[in-house]
Design a protein around this ligand. Structure first.
Ligand code: GLU
Length: 476
């Protein structure tokens, strides 16, 4: 790689893939088959709005169909382009393989600034885009299942689901055509927070391993750690919120579109988010120092840096000045391949995107299963579980009374133990388990092989190995 040229997002993904695949012994040709994007559909459609026909450009890329349906979000942003969508689709393939979500990789995008349109206009645009994709089976419960991404959320997913349903009135599984829907439209508890929650679980798992912490020069626990978050959107907000409220971490910096907030004592994440909602940005937020040059805060001293916005924010230009010993990529592709090389050489530990932000697709997987099984998680077992727990508690209390032992269960224990798990608890438990086991699989490779220096290469090795095995099983 030329030292001077900053690789694009797509080149970065390919370079990182190549780095990993060079350490594998794949049959000739299979490596190429896995790397390339299978197909990208570009659509240009018109919608009559504001008295004229407005033309929009959208994409849906399918990177790998080694498993179907293929899965990945739909992004609404003005700078969406084919290369970006293809890079994101490739990351979906590796992400799903790594966390064992049984999907191939896909991604979609629409070139649009959603803030420029009214809600009813966005609905018309979304429905028309969905129509174009549905009629080509690029949205389909068995073939291609989108989800939210930057610029989209529950509302857009509900429109897409409804559009699919109108076009497939007899498909009993129609709700499984898209995930990230609101609860009342077939969604699942905990999907909105899922990616941020996954970042929290990933960090908790990292901090369970002293050897891994030592690689980053960190000790102790998450309690009191200084964290800088870039982007307080859905992912960054939830990650920062949970880490500060539940793990005792200090959010010392928040970088947003209109500058950065810094407070060494820790920012109140809820208050900052409220401020952004009310004022459209972080400027003038009272309990912090505001600086217009947001990018400079990325280079400020902290223990953990969480880029949670766009790709390509840590580059060959600013990487040498990044001080955080640990970076967790909550966004897709925030560190370019060039920056990755610089940071690796300096000993910075990077928890890679395909693992760090996999919480979203993991809970999407649970939602898809819920839609196909037509029943909410826990509905059959919850009360039965409670009844069995009650049996044990009563038996213990009876024994204690009969034998005069004077045992008393603490009220907190009793309350917690007697309550059967609801859907949200089951989702969190499934997500936690997924994040823990995927981390284990990466770290085994990271520490187990002399030729693997970093978690990203380890993640690629695990996921490419799984994709390759699945192609081989198909006889390719
Ligand atoms: N857009 C999210 C991602 O990049 C979620 C994808 C999904 O749930 O399918 O992982």
């Amino acid at each position: 790689m030329q030292k001077t040229a900053e690789p694009s997002f797509r080149q970065s993904v390919d370079l990182m893939f190549n780095r990993a695949v060079a350490l594998m012994d794949l049959p000739a040709g299979l490596e190429e088959k896995i790397r390339v994007c299978n197909a990208t559909y570009t659509v240009r459609f018109g919608v009559r709005l504001r008295g004229r026909v407005q033309t929009f450009t959208g994409y849906r890329s399918v990177h790998s169909e080694h498993m179907e349906p293929v899965k990945g979000g739909i992004r609404y942003a003005p700078e969406v382009n084919q290369d970006e969508v293809e890079a994101l689709a490739a990351l979906m393939t590796y992400k799903c393989a790594l966390v064992e979500a049984p999907f191939g990789g896909s991604k979609g995008g629409l070139c649009i600034d959603p803030r420029e349109w009214e809600e009813h206009e966005l609905e018309q645009i979304t429905r028309r885009f969905a129509y174009e994709l549905i009629k080509r089976d690029l949205i389909h419960p068995a073939q291609n299942v989108p989800a939210p991404d930057m610029g989209t959320g529950e509302r857009e997913m509900a429109w897409i689901s409804d559009q699919y349903n109108r076009m497939n009135t007899a498909d009993i599984n129609s709700r499984a055509c898209v995930t990230g829907k609101p609860i009342n439209a077939g969604g699942i508890q905990g999907r909105v927070e899922a990616t941020g929650r996954g970042v929290q679980y990933a960090l908790r798992e990292f901090f369970r391993h002293p050897e891994d912490m030592a690689a980053a020069g960190l000790t102790g626990s998450l309690d009191g750690k200084r964290i800088i978050v870039q982007g307080l959107g859905n992912v960054g907000y939830h990650a920062a919120l949970f880490l500060s409220e539940e793990d005792g971490a200090r959010i010392t910096g928040i970088v947003e579109r209109d500058g950065a907030l810094h407070n060494p004592d820790g920012l109140n994440v809820r208050a900052v988010r409220d401020w952004i909602v009310r004022h459209g940005g972080v400027s003038d937020y009272p309990d912090a120092t505001h600086s217009v040059d947001g990018a400079a805060l990325l280079e400020t001293e902290c223990d953990i840096l969480i880029p949670a916005a766009l790709e390509g924010v840590i580059t060959m230009e600013n990487a040498p000045r990044i001080k955080a010993p640990l970076i967790i990529e909550a966004a897709n592709g925030p560190v370019t391949a060039g920056a990755d090389e610089i940071l690796r050489a300096r000993g910075t530990v990077i928890i890679p995107d395909m693992y760090a932000n996999a919480g979203g697709v993991t809970v999407s997987y649970f939602e898809w299963v819920k839609n196909l099984s037509h029943i909410r998680f826990g509905r059959m077992q919850r009360r039965q579980e409670e009844a069995r727990h009650e049996l044990i508690v009563h038996e213990l209390e009876r024994l204690s009374a009969d034998r005069g032992l004077g045992w008393e269960l603490s009220p907190g224990f009793k309350e917690k133990y007697l309550r059967g798990a609801d859907e949200l608890e089951l989702v969190r438990s499934g997500l936690d388990d997924t994040m823990r086991s995927a981390y284990q699989s990466m770290r085994e490779v990271w520490h187990g092989r002399d030729d693997v220096e970093d978690l990203r290469t380890a993640a690629y090795l695990v996921s490419i190995g799984k994709v390759a095995a699945s192609y081989r099983a198909k006889g390719l």
